[in-house]
Design a protein around this ligand. Structure first.
Ligand SMILES: N[C@@H](CCC[C@H](N)C(=O)O)C(=O)O
Length: 318
């Protein structure tokens, strides 16, 4: 090559990396996703391709990518079909960096709305749909103004420390004075919740860098910063504000599993176990978190909120 020739980039364009691919774009309270219908399981989208598509400058942009595939095409889906043969659709979710997560609470609502809009399922208001996920079976109900998801059971990641101290780890965050104690909750995926004492503190947090969590759960964690309303409970409903740094993404406008973890941690700290309805305000809107008696006799968490499709397109060689 002559030295006067411009250097050619070795980085493939999105089109070279992905080829032709129809997609839709949707969000739930500002947590946005690229959605791909793959009923024949022909688009094996690799982690690097997901990262390219989710890139907000060189790609389509999104906090994650969700592929709609039959549960029968993945081992995790086949396991669910053994007990729920009607869980036809599986949410194959990846974070913006291409990593897998067990669960996405905003994603599963947007995923079901996408199935409805693609005419892949019929779902009148009030009806339910079983969905396979890496975090197990989730039952989604269509509401007048969104969807409610039975997220199943939850657990503290370090049960003993949670019961004795209410805290199990420490989190260091840019923009927050002092290292803070935190409580880790599994919603299928891991969360570490930090209590914040005032609005100025919540707004001063700088989430362009990953918070330092010690000890870090085995597969990393999502970190939620939660400010309790004053009073915490009004009209029988608990209320909190939350910001979140998502594993594999960065700061997002909302996180459904994070909202559940925020309500669980706050309820535990306040010993307010009888408060079963919570409102979680996130930068992108409001989510509802409910605690109900599940059909298995255990406490289940129900997440509710909107799901919106905003556009359709096709990744193609122009
Ligand atoms: N935004 C999601 C959670 C997505 C997965 C998360 N980043 C993880 O890695 O666990 C939600 O709405 O729950």
């Amino acid at each position: 090559m002559r030295s006067t020739e411009p250097a050619t980039s070795t980085i493939p364009t999105l089109q070279e990396a992905v080829g032709r691919l129809p997609y839709a774009k949707g969000h739930g309270t500002g947590n946005d996703f690229i959605l791909v219908a793959d009923p024949l399981d022909v688009h094996s989208i690799e982690p690097g391709q997901v990262a390219r598509m989710c890139d907000r400058h060189r790609g389509i942009g999104g906090d994650g990518l969700i592929r709609a595939v039959p549960s029968s095409t993945l081992p995790e889906g086949r396991a669910i079909l053994e007990t729920r043969p009607d869980a036809y659709w599986f949410m194959d979710y990846r974070n913006a960096d291409g990593s897998l997560s067990e669960m996405c609470g905003n994603g599963v609502r947007v995923f079901v709305h996408f199935l409805v809009c693609e005419n892949l399922v019929e779902m009148p208001v009030g009806s339910t749909l079983p969905i396979g996920t890496r975090g197990g079976l989730k039952i989604v109900t269509r509401l007048e103004d969104g969807y409610a998801v039975d997220m199943g059971t939850w657990e503290f990641i370090h049960a003993q420390a949670a019961a004795t101290n209410g805290l199990d780890s420490r989190v260091e965050t840019t923009g927050l004075a002092n290292v803070r104690g935190a409580l880790s909750v599994s919603m299928g995926n891991p969360h570490t919740v930090v209590a914040i004492s005032d609005t100025g503190e919540l707004e001063g947090i700088e989430l362009t860098s990953t918070p330092g969590v010690e000890p870090l759960p085995a597969h990393g964690t999502n970190v939620e910063y939660v400010l309790a309303a004053d009073p915490l409970v009004s009209g029988g409903r608990g209320s909190v504000r939350m910001r979140v740094h998502e594993r594999g993404v960065g700061e997002t406008l909302s996180c459904g599993t994070g909202a559940c973890a925020a309500a669980i941690a706050t309820r535990h700290w306040a010993q307010a176990h009888d408060i079963r309805q919570w409102s979680v305000q996130v930068p992108g809107g409001e989510l509802g978190v409910g605690f109900v008696d599940g059909p298995d006799g255990l406490e289940h968490v129900v997440l509710s909120g909107p799901a919106v499709l905003v556009s359709r397109g096709e990744v193609s060689a122009a």
